[in-house]
Each structure stands twice: as C-alpha cells, then as structure tokens.
Design a binder for this molecule. Structure first.
Ligand code: LLP
Length: 422
C-alpha cells in the first residue's frame, strides 16, 4: 500500500499533485512519500513485536539524508556499507549504537573510522578482514563488536545479479569454514565476538530460502554454544521482496513468523537489515515524454529520464509500473509502446511493448516502486545532472536533493597545466 493515488484526475503524492512538484523542480525527479515510508516501517516493526529486534535500515537502498532521518525518527538504526554511508547515517541522526557496518571489502580507513565512532557492530566477511580489524582495534586500544557473516549456501531464488548466499558468491565466510573461523575470532584480543550474520539476497518472493538459511544459522549457534562461544546476536540481513508486477512477496508478518518459529527460542538479540521493503514502494520517478516517435515496427515514447536515473531495468531487466500523471479514463484504449530514455545505448529502455494509454509529447509519467535502488544507483552518464529528490509530507513538499547546475558539475574537474589549467 502506498500514498500515491489519483485525486480529481491527477496523480498525487499524499495531498500534493505531482504536476505541481514537476513545475517547481522540473523533470525528471524522484518523489518520496513520508506516509508511505512510515507505513512500511511500522508494518515491519509491528510484525516483529515481542522479539528483541533492532531494525537497521539498509541505507544502500536509498541513502538520502531526509529519507534516513525519517526512518531514524521512527526508531530505525542503519546498515551501512561504506564510510560515506556511515557518515550519512550519523548526519541523519542515527545513533552510533544502532549502526551495523556490512560489506565485503571495508578498507583500513573505513574500519578505523567505524571503531572510533563506537558503532553497534561490524559484520566481518572474511578471515583477512577479521585479522585486519583485530589489529586496528588493538592499535586503538578498543575491542570491535563483531558478527561474522556466514554464507549459508542457499538459493534465494531471486535474480542472479542480486543473489548473495550461494557458495560461488563473494559474500560471507564459507559455510564449512564458519565454525573454525568463529572459534579463532573468539580468541582474538581486539574482537568482541557477539554473533553471526547472514544475508542471502534481495527481492526474495518466497519464504523457504529464508527458512533454510535460518535453520543453518540455528545449527551453527548450537555448535558454537557447545564449544563455549556465547552467541548473543543474530543479524538476519534484508531481502524481503516487494511487488513490482504480479509477484506476491511474503508479508512482513509471514516473514516474522518464520523468524519466530526457527530462531525465536535462541535467546538472541535479532538484527534486521531491510532496505527495499521499507522504501521501494515509497518512491516515484517522474518524467516527461519528450517525443513520441513512430519507428518501423513500433512506437517509442522517448522520456527525459534515462537509464542513468533509474538503472534497474537496464541492469536487471526489472519491471516498474509506468502510469500517466493525468488519470486516463477507465475504458481508455491501451497500445503497445517502447518506453525509452534519451541515452545513446539500446539498453536505455525502460519497457518494451508495454500496454499504455497513448502518450503525447509533454505528458508526465511516473514509474512506481522507484524508492529503492533508484536515485541510489543513478549516475551522470552522458553528462546528465543527477536528478532532484523531493519528499512529501501531507500537503507539503520539500526539495531534499537539488539538481546540480552544469557549472557545479564542471567545477569538479580540472585541466592539468599542460592543457591550459592553472
Ligand atoms: N544487507 C546486506 C548485507 C545487503 O547486501 C543488502 C542488499 C541488504 C541488507 C538490503 O537488502 P534488501 O532488503 O533491500 O533486499 N540494486 C539491486 C539490489 C541490490 C541489493 C544489495 N544488497 C536492485 O536494484 O534490485
């Protein structure tokens, strides 16, 4: 459920007409809804009621300060994967003791920064990282609060490019080595070993892979406890899917039921790292049709948004619903159209032969479910400025990231002296 709807024939974000925002900030732009963010966070949180749970929002899905601050205001912590995200989380008001640092290749500088911030947990993904972190912590005279990310070798049944829990993926410590590495970690002076972490993939639409991974985790906890290694925390990662097209992902309640069933009696603090399920539905990408072009065999709607603004269709063949901002009559004829961007690559295609009401040049369209991994993954390819982001709350809206000017973009670069630079 979201708070984007037609009112009197015009698409609104909560109480604000999308067309008003388009006039104010220009197109294309991302638009987020506070009420939708709040709803998704509270549904997820309430599903976990009764468990000792901390929700660490996976900021990679949408790192905008205002989005993170909105979730932090509701009580969310943060899952970060770089120093940049860690600094953003702190700047958005997330307390350090609710921040988890994940990632397969954290640098010495990043780990040192995390140690000096005193964050809740660093998820260690490999033996070399374990030893690097131990050394840095000893040098700083602190102990790093650590969970080891294990790779449970389960098939998440999701797109190959976003699956992470198979043994051929780069993530986590190999399942068969996990036990030995945990025992080793428990003996290191700079490491306070608290628990185990898993994250098996993203956009999961079935519960079974979660159950399989959690069962493996349960076995590992039993083995470790039998060895006298106290395990007090389990980080269960993110991954719960959202409906983009006709998938029906499990509800947070159903997901929480599996957590309770498999892990509920282990007396562990549970950490969750949801990203997409909190923000995916809470965002639109709004774009204007530049031209409608009749090709030899098909019609193209050429938009002012390109694959640099929303990479997901080009990268993962993903589907985003596209809706006209002016509500079409219910009985409108739908015609097949290829919805494309202006970028000089064939892969700059958002939808092929999509059945849409006939679009005209100048019309506004909105891509739904664009709040996660949309703006976050955008680039300036073709020297296109990053597009603005707007947050709506009730009848108010605020520009939460401005579109840079061309001068600002050029100012980032300098010419060497042999090319006339100063
Ligand atoms: N925790 C870890 C360690 C992760 O690697 C991820 C996502 C998450 C949590 C959050 O997963 P979520 O709840 O959002 O599924 N760009 C891709 C998705 C990549 C996900 C990467 N890791 C996409 O647009 O579909």
């Amino acid at each position: 459920m979201d708070h984007f709807h037609y009112l009197r024939g015009h698409l609104h974000a909560e109480d604000v007409p999308i067309a008003h925002i388009a006039t104010a900030v220009g197109t294309p732009f991302y638009c987020y809804s506070t009420a939708t963010l709040t709803r998704h966070y509270t549904v997820f949180r309430d599903a976990l009621a009764g468990l000792d749970a901390t929700i660490c929002y996976a900021m990679k899905a949408n790192p905008n300060l205002a989005v993170v601050a909105t979730l932090a205001g509701l009580g969310a912590g943060a899952d970060v994967v770089s120093e940049g995200e860690l600094r953003r989380a702190l700047a958005a008001g997330v307390p350090a003791d609710r921040i988890v640092f994940s990632g397969v290749g954290k640098t010495e500088e990043e780990l040192t920064f995390a140690l000096t911030c005193g964050i809740m947990q660093i998820n260690v993904e490999s033996e070399p990282e374990l030893h690097m972190l131990n050394r840095l912590a000893v040098d700083l005279g602190v102990q790093a609060s650590v969970a080891l990310r294990v790779n449970p070798d389960v098939d998440a049944g999701t797109h190959a490019k976003i699956t992470t829990g198979r043994k051929e993926n780069k993530f986590g410590i190999e399942w068969i080595r996990a036990h030995r590495v945990m025992r080793e970690a428990a003996l290191l002076p700079g490491i306070a070993l608290r628990g185990v972490a898993v994250h098996i993939g993203s956009q999961l639409t079935e519960l079974e892979p979660f159950r399989d991974a959690f069962l493996r985790l349960r076995d590992l906890v039993a083995m470790l406890r039998a060895d006298g290694i106290p395990i007090t925390r389990l980080d269960l990662g993110g991954g719960l899917g959202v409906p983009y097209e006709d998938e029906i992902p499990p509800s947070p309640e159903a997901y929480a039921a599996v957590v309770r069933e498999v892990l509920g009696d282990l007396d562990c603090k549970l950490i969750f790292e949801p990203g997409r399920v909190l923000v995916g539905n809470a965002g639109l990408l709004v774009s204007r049709v530049i031209h409608v072009k009749e090709g030899a065999t098909r019609t193209f709607a050429v938009l002012d948004a390109g694959m640099n603004d929303l990479m997901r269709p080009a990268l993962y063949d993903s589907h985003h619903a596209i809706v006209p901002v002016n509500e079409p009559p219910p009985d409108v004829e739908r015609v097949p159209v290829d919805v494309v961007g202006p970028i000089c690559e064939t892969t700059d295609t958002f939808a092929r032969q999509r059945m849409l009401p006939a679009l005209r040049a100048g019309a506004l369209v909105a891509f739904r479910t664009a709040g996660a991994y949309g703006a976050a993954m955008s680039s300036t390819y073709n020297s296109r400025p990053l597009i603005p982001e707007v947050l709506v709350r009730g009848d108010a809206f605020s520009l939460i990231r401005a579109r840079p000017t061309y001068d600002e973009m050029l100012a980032q670069e300098t010419l060497p002296d042999w090319l006339g630079g100063t």
